[in-house]
Design a protein around this ligand. Structure first.
Ligand SMILES: Cc1ncc(COP(=O)(O)O)c(C=O)c1O
Length: 398
């Protein structure tokens, strides 16, 4: 192993007394991100004012930072760009893919997909016309549901609730065999393990950066378009910064070169500065080491919890090939149990109706953290610490 995970852990600000198993939802603060944002605010915005767009390179940030993400997702350099939120990027990718695969009109997804992806697909189908449909099947039925009617598969590689991982290469191959295009949502993949978009032959991919990539709340999303489609894909959200020549201020839209056309409007400069600094942490990380550590940590957590808490039901696959980098257990009182855990310094989260979710992020979580989390969970269950009215009152964000 070449990666020094003690060194990466030291690069994060983690509050005292907290074991943070929620980096799959919102990554913690990389120490350098706070300094970088402060510098961008005072030295760039403060001193350069509008000159920052040229002098500080703000305008090129989305593709420069996109290239840094490309390595982590196995994309060809020059084919990833940052901006907007993931929901917007899902819309963009899906709209372009549907147009490219006309006259087919079926979008195929599964019921383990994140609701925003399904809602976006429903809205887009409604806009495109009554013949467009979103077909939603069980995750296990995706392969067999890909037939000659499917225009685009819209699949999130790792299920946000269970942590079950799809086989990207197999689904992409099957889609191509049947003449369908693929849109992959990498929200729970990018930074969780090495993704191989180019090797799998993926057509489009999108993802967020505030989870495993630690860009902070509201951090920008990314979009990938395979090089073979880059000059063909037409953006439905044809904003001025995706134009071939934004500062010509033409009255008619002409798509920009390659992935640049997937830009929409003004980039979030401060968030991109935070993300750029957060990506420095990855410089010394071998993705093989990361995956090995993630599986070791998730195995250890599963074994510990199953031994100590038989009343919790594992919903994450035991098979490594089918597992992302999170572990989930089911319990009818899941929400209250999670509140008790948080009150005792172990932070995970809850997903309705009954899922306790724990993310394992080797950059800052080690074996001692896993053992502590298991011990606290065992105590919460053995002593029914969760059984309090205030732990059962649901907050807005769970
Ligand atoms: C798989 C998946 N897709 C889409 C989204 C929506 O992302 P955003 O709120 O950044 O648009 C999320 C959010 O967690 C997600 O997990």
């Amino acid at each position: 192993m070449t990666t020094d995970f003690a060194a990466t852990k030291a690069m994060f600000h983690l509050p005292d007394g907290v074991t943070y198993l929620d980096g799959n939802s919102l990554g913690p603060l990389p120490r350098t991100a706070a300094d970088r944002v402060a510098k961008t605010v005072t030295e760039e915005w403060g001193q350069m004012l509008i000159g920052g767009w040229n002098k500080a390179g703000w305008m090129d940030q989305p593709s420069r930072v996109g290239d840094r993400i490309a390595r982590l997702i196995g994309a060809e350099p020059g084919h990833v760009v940052m901006g907007d939120t993931l929901s917007i990027k899902v819309y963009q990718a899906l709209a372009s893919a549907l147009e490219m695969n006309a006259p087919r009109k079926v979008v195929l997804s599964d019921n383990g997909n994140f609701p925003s992806d399904l809602y976006i697909a429903q809205g887009l189908c409604r806009t495109l016309g009554p013949d467009y449909v979103l077909k939603v099947v069980e995750p296990e039925a995706v392969m067999s549901a890909i037939d000659e009617s499917v225009a685009v598969t819209l699949i999130t590689e790792v299920d946000y609730r269970t942590g079950r991982k799809h086989d990207m290469a197999a689904i992409t191959a099957r889609a191509h065999e049947k003449g369908a295009l693929t849109v992959w949502d990498l929200a729970h993949s990018a930074g969780a393990f090495q993704v191989e978009l180019a090797k799998a032959g993926a057509d489009f991919a999108v993802g967020c950066t505030y989870k495993y990539l630690n860009s902070g709340p509201g951090g920008p999303a990314f979009i990938y378009v395979a090089p073979r489609h880059a000059e063909r894909a037409r953006p439905a959200l044809s904003g001025w910064l995706g134009h071939e020549s934004p500062f010509a201020f033409d009255l008619d839209y002409r798509a920009g070169r390659g992935i640049e056309r997937m830009r929409v409007g003004t980039p979030p400069v401060l968030q991109l500065a935070a993300l750029d600094a957060a990506l420095d942490v990855w410089e010394g990380v071998d993705m093989g080491d990361l995956r090995a550590a993630s599986l070791r940590l998730t195995d250890r957590f599963i074994a510990g919890v199953e031994a100590a808490c038989p009343m919790l039901t594992l919903v994450t696959p035991r098979d490594h090939a089918l597992r992302g980098s999170q572990v989930s257990f089911r319990h009818a009182e899941g929400y209250a149990i999670m509140q008790a855990l948080i009150a005792n310094g172990v932070v995970g989260d809850f997903r309705a109706p009954d899922i306790l979710r724990f993310g394992f992020t080797p950059l800052f979580i080690d074996e001692a953290d896993v053992d502590r989390a298991v011990a606290v969970l065992a105590r919460v269950m053995a002593e029914s610490l969760w059984d309090r009215p205030d732990y059962k009152r649901r907050a807005k964000v769970t």
